[in-house]
Design a protein around this ligand. Structure first.
Ligand SMILES: [Mn+2]
Length: 317
């Protein structure tokens, strides 16, 4: 709930053209109080039927289109917005479905439409679903995606631990990839916001690379900072001492954590997961004045040369 407030506040603060619709069943008082102070925010507290978690995306997007919105954008709540999203969308064709580039460049295309008995017509690279912009032209695609997320095979796979799920059923993004790949939807234009220039994909110390961080000293932070993978408010089940230290340090200097701290400070919020955990992290924060890109530069450089450290601090495999 802290991260939801930080995402919403950061978005509304920098983008005057946004209308933020939040669906938060049983919203706690802090979320209600914050939403009341922000005229851009529409808070719904009714629990949607039969959809929850990340499977809610097509359902919510369809709701917005059905209500007459000319476009709707899903944004994850583990994102801090630093510049207007509306200006970012203006860089892309009006008719495109827009998603986000994945954090790892090794995310190669795996044909998955066959899994759903759909003929494959074009390869689709693995993308990140933290950002999905749709228009009424994508309504049929969204309906089909929504249906696939109710398929018993998908539902059964979602009940398994993440690492045991078959790839085409791993998360909500794969059925969407299958649809875009299929002959039926191969005419749908799609595009993606770029890693580095548009979004810092902060999977641990990786994903937001050293050269992006240095460039951003001059061109400014990317409009979106996504804290994907392991969350700073979660602790891993049973780490070794070294793992524990690396995870704490990665959290201390995570661009998502540091950008979130700036928003929290302005709001007078002080969630414990934003507090410093290691002496090294405190020093790096101090030396860089808490700059979201620079504090973690040494760790990002280390990660670029040492895959193992990256794997530990990424927390997403
Ligand atoms: Mn996310």
């Amino acid at each position: 709930m802290d991260s939801l407030i930080l995402m919403g506040e950061s978005l509304c603060r920098v983008d005057a053209h946004v209308s933020l619709h939040l669906t938060v069943p049983d919203a706690p008082p802090a979320v209600r109080a914050w939403a009341e102070r922000r005229p851009e925010v529409v808070l719904r507290t009714k629990r949607p039927e039969r959809v929850s978690g990340w499977n809610i995306k097509p359902w919510l997007l369809l709701q917005e289109l059905n209500a007459g919105s000319p476009q709707a954008l899903w944004l994850d709540d583990d994102i801090i917005v630093t510049r207007p999203v509306s200006a970012l969308l203006d860089e892309f064709p009006r008719e495109s479905l827009i998603v986000a580039e994945e954090w790892t460049s090794s995310a190669s295309a795996v044909p998955v439409s066959h899994f759903w008995n759909l003929p494959s017509a074009r390869p689709i690279p693995v993308f990140n679903n933290c950002f999905i912009r749709v228009t009424p032209a994508h309504r049929t695609l969204l309906e089909r995606w929504h249906q696939m997320l109710h398929d018993p095979r998908y539902r059964d796979a979602q009940a398994l631990p993440f690492e045991l799920r078959p790839v085409p059923l791993c998360h909500d993004g794969w059925p969407l990839i299958a649809l875009l790949e299929s002959a039926e939807f191969s005419q749908v234009p799609y595009d993606w916001i770029r890693r580095g220039r548009h979004i810092a994909q902060c999977a641990g110390s990786s994903g937001y690379q050293p050269h992006h961080r240095v460039l951003d000293l001059f061109r400014g932070l990317p409009p979106l900072i996504h804290g994907l993978g392991r969350k700073p408010w979660e602790s891993p089940p049973d780490p070794s001492r070294l793992q524990h230290f690396l995870l704490d340090l990665a959290t201390d200097v995570s661009p998502y954590t540091l950008a979130g701290r700036r928003v929290a400070k302005d709001l007078g919020m002080n969630p414990p997961w934003l507090e410093v955990r290691t002496l090294t992290g405190a020093m790096l924060r101090g030396m860089t004045n808490g700059h979201p890109g620079m504090a973690g530069l040494p760790l990002a450089i280390l990660h670029a040369f040492h895959r193992k450290i990256g794997q530990v601090t990424t927390g997403s495999g």
